[in-house]
Ligand binder design. Structure first.
Ligand code: SAM
Length: 249
């Protein structure tokens, strides 16, 4: 990430509160039940592990979970919660793993925090190299919804409004680099927090092409963690890739 502060340093102080408000804490049981099918009793590596929102409950189900994150602040949050999960500081775009895993996974919109195509492909390559023969890479991403941006290049949208909080997202579209440069403005009580971020959005089809470039092939695509169908109305997808030519289970 080229901006001065990394995502993790900006979000760590409010991460638990923010992900709770966004419904990400509430959906974690479904997320973990989905993921466990691919690594039950085995091993998994989370890319951008954060505070262990997903990794910790997955490890409590008997999976040996490890993680990588580039943010000291996020890794400190994780270490406060558990010593069950081994995590190291590193860049998920370029990592080398001695160990081979049943599953390498990257959830929420973490993959898009890699803001160039080259970094995204390098991440998929590193993930593929870290798999055992029958291993899978699981990626959760939003399906880009750009119509207002394509027309106007800039938007301000309400992300959440309740009695206590108003969260607005102000975004500028950098179409050349397929980047959305945005700031969340979070008003609560008398305070306003400003949370900048940059993502490189990816359509599912481009993700498949990038995965194919590094020897992966799409095995499954779902619309949610409950294994709902992925349709042209889906707002996100959970895509499961295996090594090309790997025997199907
Ligand atoms: C959206 S949070 C997701 C955290 C966790 N996976 C979850 O689902 O709650 C993204 C995480 O990825 C980390 N991250 C972002 N870019 C990274 C990079 N290039 N290398 C390693 N970690 C990165 C951030 O520090 C943050 O912890």
């Amino acid at each position: 990430m080229s901006d001065e502060l990394t995502y993790g340093e900006v979000y760590a102080p409010i991460y638990e509160e923010y992900t709770t408000l966004q419904g990400k804490v509430a959906e974690v049981d479904e997320t973990v039940a989905f993921l466990e099918r691919y690594c039950s009793g085995g091993s998994a590596l989370e890319l951008g592990i954060g505070d262990g929102r997903v990794a910790l409950p997955l490890s409590e189900r008997g999976v040996n979970v490890e993680g990588i994150d580039n943010s000291c602040s996020m890794l400190k949050l994780l270490a406060k919660r558990t010593d069950l999960v081994k995590a190291r500081q590193g860049d998920i775009a370029h990592f080398v793993s001695e160990q081979r895993y049943n599953m390498v996974y990257c959830v929420y919109y973490t993959f898009t925090l890699l803001v160039t195509r080259e970094e995204q492909i390098a991440c998929l390559r590193s993930a593929a190299e870290a798999l055992d023969d029958k291993g899978v890479v699981v990626i959760e991403l939003d399906v880009p919804s750009l119509s207002p941006l394509v027309a106007g290049q800039q938007t301000a949208t309400a992300r959440l409004v309740d009695q206590e909080n108003t969260i607005l997202r102000v975004a500028v579209h950098d179409s050349i680099n397929q980047n959305l440069v945005s700031t969340l403005l979070w008003f609560s009580g008398t305070s306003v927090r400003r949370l900048p971020q940059r993502v490189r959005y990816v359509y599912p089809q481009e993700l498949d092409t990038m995965a194919e470039c590094v020897g992966l092939e799409l095995a499954e695509r779902w619309g949610d963690w409950a294994r709902g169908a992925f349709t042209d109305r889906s707002e996100r997808h959970i895509s499961v890739y295996r090594l090309r030519g790997a025997a199907q289970p």
